[in-house]
Design a protein around this ligand. Structure first.
Ligand code: KE4
Length: 436
């Protein structure tokens, strides 16, 4: 007898009459793994509870933001205190100065920053700024990378687009994506060729430093530094989309880990501590083009919202405490290594990776498969086997991303004992998968 899910089923039934697909973001609908999405009632620490009262150890953590876990007291308190003073003013507040100063201090390349309400807004605005600053129209993104759902970026996108196997989205005019060029992740030659084909026309290259929206793909050792040099050599801006990797792969993001100096950085997720925040920032000379300092227009009613600023400040202040990040990183390493060891012990083919507090793994179709970009992820990953793993683990109270083409996350609230329980369950699941 499996878990009781009648409440989630009823809520999902109702949701589908009210909201397209019953969800407010496609990947939540379990289309990548099948079955009924769990309607979550509450979260506390490393755990979430669904409408039927089932408890799950959460390795999704709202797709990355909850690096301290669910409802950490210090964050709840900060939000409550801010809310008691008012929820929004549409006017500047000291909280925005404080979070801006903290993020600029933590992310090495940033000199100025602008807060927005999502990663989508951050990436869309950073690219508009790059076009304004360079006077050029074209942009380069990588197949399978996801930078939010702005029209010009819905080209060979990852995340929900990959999960649902969607063609580039209808409703996006060809004219809008005419300047959006794509190259395979990890393929410097393809980028070089685009620069040669479109000399002096490319405003920017935007890249996820670790590709977390086609599963989990690490950059090859020289890829990012060489990409940065290519941009410099061709007068294009180098934009790191650190919405997912920021404060996740390292306290200072991928740029601090690998000594990168992007012209612009996109941020989100962790800096909002679970509330809606995105940001884009970078060199002052570039950022000063943004209105009202400059003429490149970007705005937002709730940008820099005091509750979100308070949540982000509380989160980052705890995260940078002595040994906090390192402890989460060690647990993430133990989880991924333990999962891969258990899979291999059962003869299950996998490819996994972990950097900082972020991880991911593929079930592979063939033993010699090497996934290094979107084409190889689509060719060699085994979403059907992932789906069986996902549901078997869900039944035992372990909540992974409902898609083979997403990454996983760890929090400060997870314990070694949580990870051991997960690994024990996974070992049994892998044995079951291996037996057919
Ligand atoms: P949002 O607009 O969803 O806040 O951020 C877009 C975005 C931009 N850049 C990167 C690298 C991202 O990973 C994201 C959003 N990530 C997905 C999960 N892979 C959000 C989950 C969802 O769409 O529901």
């Amino acid at each position: 007898m499996g878990m009781k899910t009648s409440q989630s089923e009823a809520l999902f039934q109702q949701a589908q009459t009210l909201i397209p697909g019953g969800v407010n973001s496609p990947v939540r609908a379990f289309r990548g793994v099948g079955g009924t999405p769990r309607f979550i009632e509450r979260g506390q620490g490393a755990y979430i509870w669904d409408a039927d009262g089932n408890r799950y150890l959460d390795q999704v953590l709202s797709w990355g933001p909850l690096i301290l876990g669910h409802a950490p007291e210090v964050v709840v308190q900060a939000i409550t205190e801010a809310a008691a003073r008012g929820t929004s003013y549409g006017a500047p507040t000291r909280l925005e100065n404080e979070l801006a100063a903290l993020v600029i201090e933590m992310a090495p390349s940033l000199e100025m920053i602008r807060f927005v309400n999502s990663g989508t807004e951050a990436c869309m605005s950073a690219l508009r700024l790059a076009r304004a600053y360079t006077g050029r129209d074209k942009i380069i993104k990588f197949e399978g990378c996801y930078h939010g759902h702005a029209d010009m970026l819905l080209v060979q996108a990852g995340s929900g687009v990959a999960t649902l196997g969607l063609p580039d989205s209808p409703g996006v005019p060809a004219s809008t994506t005419a300047h959006s060029l794509t190259a395979p992740f990890n393929d410097l030659g393809a980028v070089q060729a685009l620069f040669e084909q479109y000399p002096h026309q490319i405003a920017a290259v935007i890249v996820e430093p670790v590709a977390g929206n086609m599963g989990f793909v690490m950059p090859e050792p020289d890829f990012l530094p060489a990409l940065q040099s290519l941009c410099r050599h061709n007068g294009a801006l180098f934009i790191l989309d650190e919405v997912m990797t920021g404060f996740r792969v390292a306290l200072g993001g991928a740029q601090s880990l690998w000594g990168l100096d992007p012209d612009l950085t996109c941020l989100g997720k962790v800096i909002g501590g679970g509330l809606p925040v995105g940001a884009y920032g970078g060199k002052a000379a570039i950022m000063k083009q943004v209105a009202p300092a400059g003429s490149m227009y970007q705005a937002g009613t709730l940008s820099g919202n005091p509750l979100a600023m308070a949540a982000g400040l509380a989160t980052l202040r705890v995260l940078r405490g002595e040994g906090v990040f390192e402890a989460i990183e060690q647990l993430t390493h133990a989880l991924l290594e333990g999962l891969m060891d258990a899979a291999h012990a059962a003869g299950i083919l996998t490819q996994g990776g972990q950097v900082g507090t972020m991880f991911g793994f593929y079930f592979l179709k063939t033993p010699d498969a090497q996934i290094k970009d979107y084409a190889s992820a689509k060719a060699y990953a085994d979403p059907a086997r992932y789906a069986r793993f996902f549901h078997a683990m869900l039944e035992q109270g372990f909540y992974f991303a409902p898609s083979q083409f997403e990454a996983g996350f760890m929090s400060a609230a997870h314990t070694a004992s949580d990870v051991q329980s997960l690994l024990a369950a996974a070992a049994a699941v892998f044995q079951t998968l291996a037996s057919g």
